[in-house]
Design a protein around this ligand. Structure first.
Ligand SMILES: [Zn+2]
Ligand SMILES: [Zn+2]
Ligand SMILES: [Zn+2]
Length: 218
């Protein structure tokens, strides 16, 4: 049995950036990955730019170096195929989070199993509205997400694929109790819920429960 303690991640005002080249053509598939050809240069950290509304500013054309900058990758990191001039030059970025318990910094993509955060891009517009699986916000108006093995993200407050009450918006397919911040986060079927499952989460390669602040496979 494998156990993962739930640890809380707070968002920071910093982002990690990469200089990314890739092919977006549907005619070309990477000979190695079968997906896009892709390569990234680690460009370090920077302050996040926000719009006047408080959203992360997606306009970043003026934050990246010119196309001739030698730090842009020239070939796919998987198959070695050179990029063409027409392939995009993208400043790729991910918000940095900090683990409250250890001080460790991470992006959500690299967060260790058991990490928990509020998917604020879902919850921030729903602070005053209804709660339930249909709106993906829990009783505290947060949209809590837990990192599972295999780099799967579990949106606890979302609707389960096998929900038996798809017409009911207010119920929770997974009922959560406690708080991730103090190790008491607990998920079960004890509350206004449907008949789907027993409060466990199943993704490819993992099936388990989150009880009393610990994620456990079964
Ligand atoms: Zn490739
Ligand atoms: Zn349900
Ligand atoms: Zn099981």
């Amino acid at each position: 049995m494998t156990e993962y303690k739930i640890t809380w991640l707070e968002p920071t005002d910093r982002e990690h950036q990469w200089l990314r080249r890739y092919t977006s053509s549907d005619k070309h598939k990477c000979a190695t990955t079968g997906s896009f050809c892709n390569a990234m240069f680690d460009f370090g950290e920077a302050d996040i730019l926000y719009t006047t509304d408080g959203y992360i500013d997606g306009v970043r054309e003026d934050r990246k170096p010119p196309d001739v900058d030698p730090r842009w990758p020239t070939a796919c990191s998987a198959c070695g195929r050179p990029f063409g001039a027409e392939d995009p030059f993208q400043l790729f970025s991910r918000q940095i989070y900090v683990c409250e318990a250890t001080g460790a910094r991470t992006t959500l993509e690299k967060a260790p199993v058991g990490s928990c955060w509020d998917a604020w891009w879902i919850s921030e517009r729903r602070k005053d509205g209804p709660t339930g699986s249909a709106w993906m916000v829990g009783p505290d108006h947060r949209s809590l997400t837990v990192k599972l093995p295999g780099n799967h993200d579990w949106l606890i407050d979302s609707r389960a694929k096998n929900c038996t009450m798809p017409e009911d918006n207010e119920h929770f397919c997974w009922v959560r109790h406690g708080r991730p911040e103090d190790g008491t986060l607990h998920v079960d079927k004890n509350g206004h819920t449907c008949a789907a499952g027993a409060g466990s989460i199943a993704v490819p390669g993992f099936h388990g429960f989150l009880h009393h602040g610990v994620l456990r496979d079964c």
